[in-house]
Design a protein around this ligand. Structure first.
Ligand code: UT7
Length: 331
């Protein structure tokens, strides 16, 4: 029997309507459009402002779009994996809530937390289930409502993050398309540079933690930037080398959209021209688990069967990695 690989066969995405532009941020903190644009590449982000809406509500929109495109019923889903660090509740899993809301009665589901690398970690996990031959339809989501944990008085972080994400369907393929290789890494010693100080078991919520603004993202940007550039470029060039891919063979790079300068550095090390580097950071900012599925969603029409895609990420944890994927259909 031919080897089973996990191919992406449908995509859905969602970003909220409300735009938070650099000019809006100028009114909140001491910053300006010129600084944000030149240092990050971001012009605006989307923010989920409707009361009573959480991460699951964005994911439901995307999964339903994906099911419509594939002509599939939610009851056909075997497994749904949700990459997120901003689930609706501490527990149960956001994935369980999504399955309930879309009516996926035959699926089991769980969350996977790997910050900005969440989608790649979840894609690799989903692909492994498909490769067993036992799972036929696995949904991998990457979503975050970062506005729920961003301090809009902190100019170091509030300029970067936004809300949104996407969902992909994985199905078995025996013709050599889909997820072909991965290099995934974690280094927990990096946690001091990017984390949320309170709200976990180490420091449960108290009046003091709230007064000290400890329920927001804390980031030492310069240090994270240094680790992000070298590590993302390293794994991306490694995955090319070990699959004998030259820059001519790579059709597109889909990199985590945290900072345009980090992506440019990675592309330079891979020797890729700008037209092979997909970007939407200017419109959505950094949506954490959402950036790479949002690239799939935005650029789906560009992809042709057989395209060689390199996915690359770096984020909190530290977590980072790269995936080599051969695209399975003409959109
Ligand atoms: O997705 C998860 C992983 N995260 C990342 O990959 C993010 C990695 N880090 C970064 O993208 C960048 O470090 C930032 C965009 C967060 C910051 O850019 P930077 O070029 O590293 O700036 P910096 O923190 O070194 O600050 C440079 C200067 C400082 O002023 P002085 O000390 O040189 O006078 C800051 O105070 O820019 C100042 N600054 C700002 N000015 C205007 C910092 N933030 C801002 C701001 N607006 N928002």
């Amino acid at each position: 029997m031919s080897k089973i690989t996990a191919a992406i066969t449908a995509i859905g995405g969602y970003v909220p309507e409300t735009r938070l532009t650099n000019f809006d941020l100028e009114k909140l903190v001491d910053t300006n459009d010129e600084w944000i644009t030149s240092r990050t590449g971001i012009k605006e982000r989307r923010i989920l402002t409707e009361p009573g809406k959480g991460t699951s509500d964005m994911a439901v929109e995307a999964v339903n779009e994906m099911l419509r495109k594939r002509g599939m019923d939610a009851n056909e889903i075997d497994l749904l994996i949700m990459a997120t660090i901003t689930g609706d509740l501490v527990f149960p899993s956001c994935a369980n809530i999504v399955c309930d809301k879309i009516g996926a009665k035959n699926a089991w589901s769980f969350d996977l937390a790997a910050a900005c690398s969440g989608f790649l970690f979840a894609l690799e996990t989903g692909a492994r289930f498909i490769e067993t031959g036992r799972y036929k339809k696995v949904v991998v989501c990457g979503f975050d409502k970062m506005s729920a944990i961003i301090d809009y008085t902190d100019r170091n972080t509030c300029i970067i993050f936004g809300d949104g994400g996407g969902a992909v369907l994985l199905e078995p393929n025996t013709e050599g398309y889909g997820v072909l290789d991965s290099i995934l890494k974690t280094d927990g010693s990096g946690r001091e540079y990017l984390h949320q100080k309170a709200g976990g078991s180490l420091k449960p919520p108290t009046h003091e933690t709230i007064d000290a603004r400890e329920h927001y993202v804390y980031q030492e940007g310069k240090t994270v930037f240094k680790f992000a550039t070298t590590n993302m470029a390293d794994v991306s060039t490694q995955i090319m080398e070990r699959n004998n891919l030259t820059s001519d063979d790579v059709t597109y790079l889909l990199a985590h959209q945290a900072n345009k300068r980090i992506i440019d550095y990675t592309a330079e090390k891979m020797q890729l021209p700008p037209e092979k580097v997909l970007m939407n950071i200017q419109r959505y900012g950094n949506t954490t688990s959402g950036t790479i599925p949002l690239l799939f969603w935005d650029y789906e029409k560009l992809f042709r069967k057989g395209d060689n895609l390199i996915l690359a990420t770096f984020g909190g944890g530290f977590t980072w990695g790269s995936i080599y994927l051969k695209w399975a259909y003409n959109s």
